[in-house]
Design a protein around this ligand. Structure first.
Ligand code: HEC
Ligand code: HEC
Ligand code: HEC
Ligand code: HEC
Ligand code: HEC
Length: 274
């Protein structure tokens, strides 16, 4: 059907020269699906225009956010301008141009992931449905975040002390969080007393950070491996129970700053030994 529709339009259009034709005229479905994605509008979002303004409207930013069109990414940024027949793209290589850079390791970390060894690629997880080849979705789609990571708690005795072991295992096909600016995952662990009052709390942030000297610092969680933290003496200050949460945030800044889109990915709790 898709093919027939495209052919019909081609005949009407009297076979134009490929390079200067708007791809959308013939590839209606791909164009419709893609126009709805964040990538198609990567140079229009409020966050981008604000940061771009602050950076003095650096043209460097546009090499990824709007390489060939004003609004964002376009067909030729992945497919190239080569005339038909187009070669098939190889994934994830085509994504690496923009998703592997200082401040982003999504493709690099995907290459060493279990997901990759199981034969999954970017398209297995980031399309709205397998039938919509250009409906790319990210963390703003709530289904994507659902199984992003698992949280495990355990207790260990060391000499005469109790130790709480908190493990975070990402199930994304890459570093957690994937992507770059602003995305972060926060772990909070609380010791609660019998009245459910918080007696102590520890927080840890995972994600990219820009250091004081302007260099990027990678503090993301490695795919599949994640992290395992030892917290000493969880029963201090009268705590009888621990509760842990893993929170995904879209905005930079500390956990106290409001983020209306924030999502709890995983929760765990356990009683402490007397
Ligand atoms: C005048 C109509 C027309 C225009 C304009 C057009 N295409 Fe196509 N395209 C087709 C048709 C028909 C096919 C299927 C036949 C073929 O593979 O050549 C196709 C196939 C493709 C394929 C799949 C190739 C494959 O073998 O699976 C890609 C990718 C593609 N086009 C990309 C583009 C891009 C990118 C542009 C814009 C730069 C574009 N097309 C412009 C009509 C068009
Ligand atoms: C973010 C990268 C990316 C962008 C941007 C992109 N495509 Fe694709 N496209 C792909 C991938 C990946 C495939 C699947 C592998 C392949 O067939 O080469 C694909 C496949 C296709 C196909 C083959 C048939 C199909 O639907 O799977 C056509 C036609 C096509 N793209 C047209 C377009 C058009 C038109 C645009 C602009 C509206 C566009 N693409 C934008 C990545 C992209
Ligand atoms: C030309 C640069 C470029 C290429 C190539 C590219 N991307 Fe992107 N991608 C971006 C930018 C820029 C954004 C940020 C858009 C925003 O949030 O404003 C983005 C965002 C995304 C998102 C998050 C979208 C959302 O809805 O939150 C996903 C998922 C994604 N890209 C996947 C891919 C995949 C898969 C490929 C390869 C098939 C690819 N990208 C190729 C530049 C690119
Ligand atoms: C096994 C499923 C899976 C695979 C494979 C996968 N991803 Fe993801 N991706 C996710 C999940 C879940 C998230 C949300 C949690 C996070 O940020 O890691 C995500 C987040 C992202 C983000 C940030 C989205 C946003 O809205 O900020 C980008 C960009 C991205 N992925 C790109 C890619 C690219 C490029 C590939 C291929 C190299 C890929 N992903 C492969 C599951 C996957
Ligand atoms: C190497 C490619 C690349 C360059 C260069 C680049 N970006 Fe990005 N940017 C991306 C990708 C890919 C994403 C999407 C990843 C994600 O979803 O977290 C992104 C996301 C963003 C976002 C978050 C968008 C949102 O909707 O949350 C902002 C803001 C941003 N970039 C600003 C900039 C500014 C300003 C510059 C120039 C100083 C710049 N970027 C340069 C690739 C790039």
């Amino acid at each position: 059907m898709k093919w027939l529709a495209a052919m019909a339009i081609c005949l009407l259009a009297a076979w134009p020269s490929w390079a200067d034709q708007d791809c959308a005229a013939c590839h209606v479905e791909a164009a419709l699906q893609f126009s709805d994605t964040a990538m198609a509008k990567a140079a229009l979002s409020d966050d981008f225009t604000k940061e771009w303004g602050l950076s003095g409207k650096s043209p460097d930013c546009l090499s990824c956010h709007a390489p060939s069109k004003k609004a964002g990414i376009g067909c030729i940024d992945c497919h190239g301008i080569g005339a038909h027949p187009y070669a098939r793209l190889s994934v994830p290589e085509v994504c690496a141009r923009c998703h592997d850079a200082p401040g982003e390791s999504t493709v690099r970390s995907h290459r060493v992931s279990l997901a990759r060894r199981q034969g999954l690629n970017c398209l297995s997880c980031h399309l709205k449905s397998p039938k919509e080849s250009h409906a790319f979705v990210g963390a703003t789609d709530s289904r994507i975040l659902k199984n992003a990571a698992k949280l495990h708690l355990a207790l260990r005795r060391e000499a005469d002390k109790q130790m709480l072991v908190v493990a975070v295992r990402p199930q994304t096909g890459h570093a957690l969080p994937g992507g770059t600016t602003g995305r972060s995952v926060w772990l909070t662990v609380k010791g609660m007393d019998l009245n459910k009052s918080v007696r102590w709390m520890e927080t840890k942030r995972f994600g990219w950070l820009v250091a004081a000297d302007g260099r990027w610092e990678d503090a993301t969680l490695a795919p599949d491996i994640g992290v395992s933290l030892d917290l000493a003496d969880p029963g201090r200050k009268g705590a009888v129970q621990v509760e842990a949460e893993l929170i995904y945030r879209f905005r930079p800044g500390s956990l106290e700053e409001p983020d209306s889109r924030q999502v709890t990915i995983s929760r765990a709790s356990m009683p402490l030994w007397p």
